[in-house]
Design a protein around this ligand. Sequence first.
Ligand SMILES: NC(=O)c1ccc[n+]([C@@H]2O[C@H](COP(=O)([O-])OP(=O)(O)OC[C@H]3O[C@@H](n4cnc5c(N)ncnc54)[C@H](OP(=O)(O)O)[C@@H]3O)[C@@H](O)[C@H]2O)c1
Length: 324
Amino acid sequence: MRAAVYNKYGPPEVVRIVEVEKPVAKDGEVLIGIHATSVNSGDSRMRSLNVPEGFGVIVRLVFGIFSPRNPVLGMELAGTIEAIGRDVTKFKVGDEVFAACMFGAHAQYRVVKQDAAIALKPENLSFEEAAALSFGGTTALFFLKEKGNVKRGDRILINGASGTVGVAAIQLAKHFGAQVSAVCSAGNSEMVTSLGADRVIDYEREDFTENGEVYDIIMDNVGNAPWSRSKDSLTQTGRLLMVVAGLPQMLQAAFVSRKNGRRAIAGTPADSAEALLFLGKLARQGKYRPHIDRVFGLEDIVEAHAYVDSGRKRGSVVMALQPG
Ligand SMILES: NC(=O)c1ccc[n+]([C@@H]2O[C@H](COP(=O)([O-])OP(=O)(O)OC[C@H]3O[C@@H](n4cnc5c(N)ncnc54)[C@H](OP(=O)(O)O)[C@@H]3O)[C@@H](O)[C@H]2O)c1
């Protein structure tokens, strides 16, 4: 099968399309023929090692000190089950599914354990849309619900509202009954409004930390709204959700949260079937839909990475594939 492989950390050009061995489903695993996969900010960070302050050494220790241990990137996919291993009871050949994984989706096939983060694809979504359900969706769900305990009527500000995580966060926050202020560039104002934002703040014209408004939750998807800048825009019990945070910010968060009614919270979600089932259900109900910015082919992988590296994509970038 064909796969996008990188053998060293670096710019988009380190990724090449090569022939690799097609995997085989072992006991408890399914083999998925991949129709679509996303190229997202996580892939960009894993390829370039452009990670938040203090994480460079940790990422190398976990993912490969001198070169990447897993040479195929790709954290989410949608496709059709082509084969199943022994003892697979949850899925059958022909099922259309979507899945989240740490790596390995930028290829024509991937095996996934039936008990891992995999679920049936919502019928009303294309493979391209389903492939982009989980990265932004699980991140937004984890921060808003699990960490932020979002409630009906909460006032939420989403900084970086037009990227993959922001687009998911707007829709999930609205689903949970919150009032959403979205911070993005002027060109993305219409898009975030169409997704449900009640108010849009153009960061080039207005600094949300200077306008005197306060929020129950501030979600920072950019990394430019740390505690020092955001704390005065939080209510007395407000939460700053630091989706992007370096080690110093994380340590500071632990410290300030002990002393304050207000809290700063960082973290990373673990992939889970439960989150995918929830997101799939919302998608079926028409309450959550990824926004697809551009669709690339596998042969355009370098261009796709370069576009994601720009940090200016709207929603998600997807690669369309043909299992073959
Ligand atoms: N903690 C975790 O587990 C976790 C999980 C997923 C992602 N992340 C991190 O979260 C971040 C966002 O991810 P993503 O996939 O959503 O990225 P993305 O799709 O690249 O989106 C980034 C967005 O930031 C906006 N932006 C750029 N400068 C801005 C500014 N000054 N103020 C407000 N918005 C600005 C851009 O919108 P405009 O073009 O409108 O400016 C762009 O749409 C990344 O750094 C990623 O590594 C963390």
